[in-house]
Every structure is written in C-alpha cells, then in structure tokens.
Design a protein around this ligand. Structure first.
Ligand code: THU
Length: 138
C-alpha cells in the first residue's frame, strides 16, 4: 500500500518518530529506528532502538514507545509511525507486531517511514493475521 499524504496529526507523529530516531543507540547494526505512537487519549509516545553488546538484549523502537505509553498511563494505540533507514520498508519485526497487538486492534494503521517521509501503511491485521491476543485469555 502507498503512504497516506499527511494530515497535521500524522505529520506530528512522523516528526516525533524522526526525533526519536535521532536518539537511537545502534552502534552495532548502525540501523537507527524511531517509533512514535498516538494513544487513544491523543498523546504521543516515542521510542528508539537501544542495542547492547550482548546482542539479544537490545530493544526495538516500538518496544520503547510502548513502554513510554504505559508509563504515561495510556493503554491503547490509535496510530503508529515506524521510521528506519535504508531503501527497504522498515516494517515492525515479528516480535514487535505481537507487542503492538497487546495494545491495538487488527485495524490499527501502521505507517512505515524513511527519513524523507511516509512510505507505506498497513493494518496490524495485515502484518499479523489471525493473531493471538488478550481476548484469547479473557
Ligand atoms: N529494529 C527496531 O527497532 N524495530 C523493528 O521493528 C525492526 C528492527 C532495530 C533492532 C536493531 O537495533 C536494529 O533495528 C537492527 O535490527
């Protein structure tokens, strides 16, 4: 799918993702990622990837944004921008798709961006079909 042209709210989310990307700690992969989500309260929460010399311990940008959201007291993701480097689409990794699922419906719009702007958008349902989520344990 192609990227939506920006509403002011989406521009704001993109800007927050770009600001977060600039703070990424990625000395090993040198692949900096920023994520910014808008929660259902309208607030923006952002995160960046934080790598570690013990490689598997590193965390993704989406995980940071979700942690910031929970710390702020919000619990539902309304929209998210994930911004990476390089020519390929920086779609959320498999683990982050599941992390997003915990706090979002299948209809969540996931915008994928590069430094120059939005590149594509998907629903979470497209990225993680037939998912297992909180409803399974209700
Ligand atoms: N990365 C993210 O932050 N989010 C993703 O969804 C894809 C991958 C990070 C993890 C690692 O620090 C770097 O990108 C290279 O994989």
């Amino acid at each position: 799918m192609t990227a939506a042209t920006g509403s002011a709210a989406l521009e704001e989310l993109f800007a927050a993702a770009k600001e977060a990307q600039a703070k990424a700690y990625a000395p090993y992969s040198r692949f900096r990622v920023g994520a910014a989500l808008r929660s259902d309260t309208g607030r923006i929460h952002a995160g960046c990837n934080v790598e570690n010399a013990a490689y598997p311990v590193g965390t993704c940008a989406e995980a940071g944004a979700i942690a910031a959201m929970i710390l702020a007291g919000d619990h539902a993701i309304a929209e998210i921008v994930v911004l990476g480097e390089g020519p390929e689409l920086c779609t959320p990794c498999g683990a982050c798709r599941q992390r997003l699922r915990e706090f979002a419906k299948a209809s969540l719009t996931v915008h994928v961006a590069g430094p120059e702007g939005l590149r594509a958008r998907f629903t979470l349902g497209e990225l993680l079909p037939h998912s297992f989520g909180p409803d399974n344990l209700a």
